[in-house]
Ligand binder design. Structure first.
Ligand code: ZN
Length: 453
């Protein structure tokens, strides 16, 4: 039997796609190309998936694992000789335990499906990002995704209690811990979180849940200097006593982009300030929390940290203000920009952005939009230049990060796109240890080969 026939005996004829059935599928979000792969295999269970990997291991067949294909760094790209392992059929929410506040899910469950199922039980899974409708839990765990509420709840890594993964040779590692505290030796789940499919295939995950917030307050405020911006972050975080759940900063050019047609939103504040912040608090008592939120903004106005504020007065108005930040696809207005996801100390941000902008004047017609999760030290830059100058633009954005202790990837991962820049923010000792881990878990280099390093 050849590999194709053997795979069909494991997952059934409709579990293996080949030829046109593969090449008709999109290569992913914001991608004009279609999928490349020798075969696409869709197991229905961990046992089937382990059998698939045993066959691939015996045949020396490289495997690229796919979730919702919403990644932005070419981490799921496959070549024509590679096999894509799709988790799309492993999409059951197996359990939600309201007392233990854990959910057990299969890797192919979408983020939004989990959020909604958990809310029906009066609980919350706080990880949130724009691609929630397509992104899968397996994918967000494999990439350690971030998003809008990291400032309160941390990255995906801090929300994973346990997981089950299948190694390159088909061995199943069950580490489905449900406890918040478990210090019995190495924390093996963390080895797979953020490994981008290179160390194992994550099949099931135990996630930490929280009580559903009972109140939400949102405002967009205008800020006139970077010093005031960082002062306002400290002020609001302190004044809200742990209630701060988002601190999304929009530099003026981004704010103007998302408040002018054809953008979805009208400007809630005039567009001539250098910075705008979408600030959100979540708590337990709407009346009490709104009073505290408004008072915190008033004192910020009084002390000059902010110069103007538009406060939402209903859930609908909260959603309308969030639309500003979520309407990020406006960066496509003048054609495809080059997008970046970098991390750096807040104290270095003003100088860093100025340095990048100064270098971009070499392209008189350029656009540079800056926005991001400032409270987490994470900025997104979208840069549009009329000529093809990708390598030069990447150098301009990435190189200054080395001297300020930043990272070329805050939350998107490395994939193929950032591989040439890994050494700017990881030292030789770190990269050598990464290679030791890869070598010991996947000595034949069969899982997502060529990604990260
Ligand atoms: Zn982001």
């Amino acid at each position: 039997m050849n590999l194709l026939e053997s795979l069909r005996t494991v997952v059934g004829a409709d579990g293996v796609l080949s030829g046109d059935e593969v090449s008709r599928r999109s290569a992913g979000f914001m991608r004009p190309d279609t999928l490349q792969a020798r075969l696409l295999v869709r197991p229905r269970s961990t046992a089937e998936l382990a059998a698939v990997l045993r066959l691939c291991h015996a045949a020396g067949q490289p495997v690229v694992t796919h979730g919702g294909l919403t990644g932005l760094v070419h981490g799921g790209d496959a070549g024509p000789d590679e096999l894509v392992l799709s988790l799309e059929r492993m999409n059951a929410i197996e359990e939600i335990d309201p007392l233990a506040r854990v959910a057990v899910v299969q890797a192919g469950v979408t983020l939004q499906a989990l959020q909604e199922a958990v809310e029906r039980q009066d609980l919350s899974f706080p990880l949130d990002l724009g691609a929630r409708g397509s992104a899968t839990i397996g994918g967000v765990v494999a990439t350690n995704a971030g998003g809008n509420r990291v400032i309160r709840y941390g990255m995906t890594r801090s929300l994973v209690l346990g997981l089950e993964a299948v190694l390159a040779d088909g061995r199943v590692i069950s580490s489905l811990n449900r406890m918040i505290k478990n210090n019995a030796g190495y924390d093996l789940k963390q080895l797979f979180v953020g490994s981008e499919g290179t160390l194992g295939v994550i099949t099931r995950i135990v996630l930490r849940l929280f009580e559903r917030p009972r109140s939400q307050d949102v405002a967009v405020v205008a800020v006139d200097s970077f010093a005031a911006l960082s002062g306002f972050l400290k002020h609001i975080d302190s004044a809200l006593g742990g209630g701060l759940s988002a601190f999304e900063v929009m530099w003026r050019e981004f704010y103007q982009l998302v408040t002018t047609p054809p953008a979805k939103s009208q400007p809630p504040l005039p567009g001539d300030h250098p910075y705008y912040v979408l600030v959100e608090a979540q708590g337990a008592d709407q009346e009490h929390d709104s009073a505290r939120f408004n008072q915190a903004l008033e004192s910020a106005l009084g002390s000059g940290l902010i110069s103007d504020a538009a406060i939402a007065h209903s859930a609908r108005e909260c959603a309308a203000l969030w639309t500003l930040r979520d309407d990020v696809m406006q960066i496509m207005r003048y054609g495809w920009p080059i997008t970046f996801d970098v991390s750096l100390p807040i104290a270095a941000m003003e100088g860093y952005v100025a340095e990048v902008r100064a270098a971009l004047v070499a392209w008189p017609e350029h656009h540079c939009w800056v926005f991001g999760h400032l409270g987490d030290g994470n900025l997104h830059l979208a840069i549009r230049v009329p000529t093809a100058a990708r390598a030069e633009i990447e150098r301009i954005v990435y190189e200054p990060l080395a001297k300020i202790g930043g990272s070329v990837s805050a939350e998107h991962g490395i994939g193929l796109e950032k591989k040439p820049y890994l050494a700017l923010c990881r030292n030789p000792g770190e990269i050598a240890l990464m290679r030791v881990l890869k070598q010991s878990l996947d000595p034949d280099n069969l899982l997502n080969p060529g990604k990260i390093f």
